[in-house]
Design a protein around this ligand. Sequence first.
Ligand code: HPA
Length: 272
Amino acid sequence: MTVERELAAAVQAVGQRLAGWTPGIAMVLGSGLGALADEIREPVTIPFSEIPGLVPTHVAGHAGRLVAGELRGARVLAFAGRLHLYEGHSPSRIVLPVRLAAALGATRLLVTNAAGGIRRTFRPGTLMLIRDHINLAFCSPLAGPVLPGEARFPDMSAPYDAELAQAMREASRARGVSLEEGVYAWLRGPSYETPAEVRMLERLGADAVGMSTVPEVIVAVARGMRVCGVSCITNAAAGYGAPLDHEGVLEVTARVREEFAALVKSWVESVV
Ligand code: HPA
């Protein structure tokens, strides 16, 4: 099926369940960060398996459900879990949630993820506002025919919206949650980086590294959505000392869950 037809089928299936309700803010909740979706009020929950094109995710820490409803006065469409290139999905498949959210009416997108800390002052549990990114997966979800409503050559000079970023900084101050800022590098994975790759990333100007998020941001920009991003630094990058594993990543996201939720709820309240 073409990307456009798959999207139309997904919009039809989800639109039917939402019965005229439209979202204002879409959220992609990364590894271990999906619990925030439980705080959505009057939720309509749709497992990915019931959305055409959105195959269930098999990655631990990714629930694989869409939750629509109210969060702090905002109409929120939250994807608890995401698809990744390393699961064997095509770049266009992994961005279906963003296209779906945009087609349903969402104009803003919050992307979140677990990431390795390249900047040496980052500690497990540090939250980082994504100021910019580097695409080191060397592919684009926009390759192929241009979808209606998308730009062929999106301008990436400011992919992360200045006002939404400022609102996140203010939310962090208001809630007493510390928030760093930096550049996120996208690699395909699924193996973690080698120490030599981490040294390369540091020289390239990356502050954090992960296996997601950038494709979603590219599509959101192509559709004219306003984007904000937050990484949860779950570990010091490879070669800085401790060995890496996914269980450790999830332990840290569980530890910062409350802080992360408080930050995002406060942000939602101010941008609603
Ligand atoms: N590298 C890549 N992806 C990650 C990491 C990492 O160190 N930690 C969490 N996701």
